[in-house]
Design a protein around this ligand. Sequence first.
Ligand code: FAD
Length: 509
Amino acid sequence: MKQYDEIIVGAGSAGAVVAARLSQAPERQVLLLEAGPDYPSVEELPGDLRDPWISLVAHDWGFAATATPGRQFPYPRGKVTGGSSAVNNAAATRGLPPDFARWVELGNTEWSFEQVLPWYRKLEHDADRDGDFHGKGGPIWIERPHRVQPLSRAFIDAAVAIGCAEVDDLNAPTAIGAGAVPHNVRDGIRQSTALAYLLAARSRPNLTVRSRCLVNRILIERNKAVGVEADAGAGGEKFFGRRITLCAGAIGSPAILMRSGIGAHAELERLGIGVAVDLPGVGANLIDHPVIMVVARAKTGVEHDPDVFWEVTLRGNAGGSARPHEMMFPLLSAYGEKILRDYFAAPGYPVIALCPALQQPRSRGTLTLTSADPRLAPKIDLNMFSHPDDLRLVAEGMHIARSLLLRPELAGYVDRIAAPDAPTFSSRERLADYIRANCYTGYHPVGTCRMGPECERGAVVDQHGRVRGISQLRAADASIMPNIVSAPTNLTCIMIGERIADWLCEEQD
Ligand SMILES: Cc1cc2nc3c(=O)[nH]c(=O)nc-3n(C[C@H](O)[C@H](O)[C@H](O)COP(=O)(O)OP(=O)(O)OC[C@H]3O[C@@H](n4cnc5c(N)ncnc54)[C@H](O)[C@@H]3O)c2cc1C
């Protein structure tokens, strides 16, 4: 029976990075386990994994999330090497200094913006920017449009007209305002971590990638992780390793911990799982960005590339909030048939949508298991708007979005607001009902194995990703964020992978 030095569970945004970095040392035997399929070359990559605008069709776990009581919606997660980085919309944006100041306030002193910046720089090759805040030569190719579409230009002008700044670089630490979104797309192909990190690493003889391998649980002996039990198609199989790192994402990692007996005592007993460590924070603290669309019917006959879906965004505040980064307003344009069909159910006319997205929600959800069987989906309860500030801020964001769409700068593009209708906008109660019935998220779940100091009962891992109570076991992915960042989450997950991989390389345990 082969003994590995490192077993990494999940080949997503963080896991592919951890495996690639650890396998740089040829003497280290690394095993990367992934539930989904693997496409080992660019040539073999199917269309949905190439095109950054197709993200919800295949290579998905097929989860559903409860948004508010009685309302569910599909909750996509990538199931393939590259994970959700292989199916996402490839917006490449970083968290901001105040986000990491909050992480430090919560007891994670190694995660200030100054400390994470070198890792954000290391992961990227920013094709357009350099200087103190950007990296050159890193694995993730990042670029911005060199000339935005006239509609996007008009949107930036509208934002400037209401007092916002025009932002040249949305990844600069002080970037508050409107500007072009950086994307990790090169030659039209989404640069997932499977391409950016694994492609170069996979020929190493010390790296084994096992795809279509569903990990059930961690094997634990006397409070020490010694391996994992997985189903690779031929029933249960065991893999043994000196250290195990969970990178199965904000849904997968807490689920594996719970199936291994690491979680809230009462919850594990309910499922008939023997308790290894009573850690009530496992599956708690689920956070995601609420997003809603204000949809306009667009004028036809304008100059616009039908393949451009999301080019510009506005970062600002709402509801009198003191946080200048409280909201994002991505502008979506759907002129092409494919995008209209995939995102707007083909309404028969082109669409412009401005989408207020709350960046620092106060509501917290939970992830629980429905069964100890790894093939059954967990219960994802987002508990949206359980904190009243969230509903108030999203409603305010919708009013801002509507007034922006109706600005004279956009008059050449916007025919009329299609949804919500005017009576809904004029009644606070109706707008609140509309939000509860129509709000989605950015598909950015984080926080379900949050890091924090030992004195904090809800903390699942320490700030190096070490799971409390079990040695040789770590988590490194979206699940360990103590609070969500004010941006889409992919680059932050990659940064977490880089940072924890570096600690793993240094530590000799
Ligand atoms: C549709 C969509 C659009 C998005 N758009 C953007 C965007 O434009 N920009 C942005 O920054 N972020 C975006 N995100 C979010 C971003 O992609 C995620 O935050 C990030 O990829 C999460 O990284 P992770 O490493 O935590 O998890 P993942 O990348 O999801 O990786 C987890 C991996 O573990 C595997 N796994 C899980 N359970 C098991 C198991 N039991 N056994 C074996 N393997 C397992 C999964 O198959 C997966 O490969 C989007 C996400 C989605 C789904």
